[in-house]
Write a protein that binds this ligand. Sequence first.
Ligand code: DAH
Length: 337
Amino acid sequence: MDKEMENLREKFFKKMASIKNREELQRIRNEYLGRKGIVAQMLKKITSLSPEEKPRIGELLNKIKRDFQKTIAEKDNDFLAENSGKEEQVDISIPGRNFMLGTTHPIELILKYTEEIFMGMGFCIVDGPEIELDYYNFEALNIPKDHPVRDDQDSFYITPDILLRTQTSPMQVRTMESQPPPVRIISAGKCYRRDSIDNTHTPMFHQIEGLAVDKDISLADLKGVITEFCKQIFGKDRITRFRPGYFPFVEPGVEVDVSCQLCQGLGCQSCGYSGWLEIMGAGMVHPNVLEMAGYNVEKYTGFAFGMGAERIAMLKYGINDIRLFFENDLRFLNQFK
Ligand code: DAH
């Protein structure tokens, strides 16, 4: 039995010295340590030994078993370490993988440019709620409950007194209520109207509102500020035109046009052969609005204006369908850096 055990050890370690992978290792493990493996069979033989020999051989065989187990486990660890090393190897000569950089959404760009231009003229930025009281959205802007102009701005009502704002003009009132004059603010954000979707309408869109109230503000100030804005956002060669227009919260009210970029004002398909493109509503703040906000109408006057950010973006970038802004098509969005 002693000789047999010696042979067993010798053979095992010889085999172990030549194995090359985990599959071979597994095979050896089964061959020697499996339930019907060589060691198990030798252990069985102990029963036929003399009572003196039994404990000695038993102990030696168990030691052999432990040694084999240890050797196999160590070899297995070596293989594992080798493999994981391979997976983590870094080849620094491979060119880096490009990751996609996002771009700023064109509407966000317009809001940013606009805010920067007006900040350069001394305006501050204020933010307001998209869920608005009927009072601020209409009533305090000189649009009482039965005013026909409400028909043009059909909204999403939450209760009869709360709605998704249809315009950013409520921020005029909110600002005046919260601070005394002088005021120079810009407020941009989302507005909502129950319009059917087509190439110039979406139920959600963005507006940019402006308000300036101080002593001695006149229509000339409005014209100067808006003309400067148009030159900065559309280009120095663009001309502005002010036409009479009606909005309940201004008096007088105007609509502002810029000269068409394509035809330089001569008339073409894109401007409906008029040479002009309408970009915003504006006017001198109606005394009723100043008064409802608590301002002294004898001392203060002001101008206000409001424009659609999508419309400005469409004119600036030559986009003919408003839906492109909201479809999230990267081929479109990636063009704006
Ligand atoms: N809020 C108006 C609209 O949605 C636009 C507007 C017109 C705003 C005249 C003004 C303004 O501040 O003075 O049609």
